[in-house]
Design a protein around this ligand. Structure first.
Ligand SMILES: [Zn+2]
Length: 281
């Protein structure tokens, strides 16, 4: 298997041949940027960690150019930043024992261009090769434009595949907006309490994103901890760390389902919940 872009890369931590490495995938995550996957798709990483019957593959769509930089990275050019961010993604793939990390190297504007067919075609090739049971990606209510574009490209790619090549589940996860607001009965909760050291290390390796700017590892681990504690007001916490997701599976089972109406449905049901409580008391 070969990727379209000249500087795209497939990194395989255990040096298996490329096809074999990708075909063993059971859990796949597709993100806009390096480090998004470790923030949002830790459930998939954890399900496959230390096992030889389940394998996690990371697909990063953009090249990571244009990210903020400080400290030892302050004078880095966009080209230097792309190199360091690729290296950091490979470090995470090694620590997390991924089957493969695929760095597709598109620009943000290519991903945001709804007429660009390359991203969708490449995602189709990857998904039909990997045939994962589960795909994690961004949620449709994320506030980052490239994240929203990425999930739209992912849904389009899966919808264009024959049914037998589609995953059983598609989850939209938290990065640039929490999903705590989704009504409890329709929220997907992933218990990611195990191996807290790995969870932290996986976000900590992205030094160029953290250094002098943002403490992503504390924020990410803190959000999961807060999700677990604030999940229910009565009773004791069963999990110490929870990630929330929006179930996007209906959108890949029914290709006629309107994407905007689908996500607005979650928001409207949340509005009704707030409204009903106010009427009740
Ligand atoms: Zn991102």
């Amino acid at each position: 298997m070969k990727l379209k872009k000249a500087n795209a890369e497939i990194f395989i931590p255990d040096n298996k041949p490329v096809d074999e490495a990708i075909e063993r995938t059971t859990h796949l995550a597709i993100s806009a940027h390096q480090d998004d996957i470790e923030i949002m798709a830790h459930d998939g990483i954890l399900q496959c960690f230390g096992r030889d019957d389940k394998w996690f593959t990371a697909v990063v769509v953009t090249n990571g150019a244009g990210s903020p930089r400080d400290d030892i990275y302050a004078n880095f050019t966009d080209e230097d930043m792309q190199k360091i961010r690729k290296l950091e993604q490979k470090k995470a793939a090694f620590v997390g024992e991924y089957a493969a990390a695929m760095l597709l190297d598109y620009t943000s504007s290519e991903v945001k261009d709804k007429n660009n067919k390359d991203v969708v075609e490449e995602l189709k090739t990857i998904i039909s090769k990997a045939k994962p049971k589960v795909i994690y990606t961004h949620n449709l209510a994320d506030k980052h434009d490239t994240h929203v574009s990425t999930v739209l490209r992912v849904i389009k790619a899966i919808r264009e595949l024959p049914k037998e090549d589609r995953p059983e589940k598609l989850y939209g996860c938290e990065v640039w907006r929490n999903l705590d607001w989704v009504n409890d009965e329709e929220k997907v909760s992933f218990d990611v309490s195990a191996h807290p050291n790995i969870a932290s290390a996986l976000v900590e390796v992205f030094d160029s994103q953290i250094c002098g700017c943002k403490i992503y590892y504390l924020a990410t681990i803190g959000r999961r901890r807060a999700n677990a504690t604030y999940a229910a007001s009565h009773g004791v916490d069963e999990a110490t760390s929870l990630i929330y997701a929006m179930d996007l599976t209906p959108l890949i089972e029914d290709t006629q389902l309107d994407i905007k109406e689908y996500v607005l449905g979650f928001i409207n049901r949340f509005a009704n919940d707030v409204s009903q409580k106010l009427d009740k008391f």
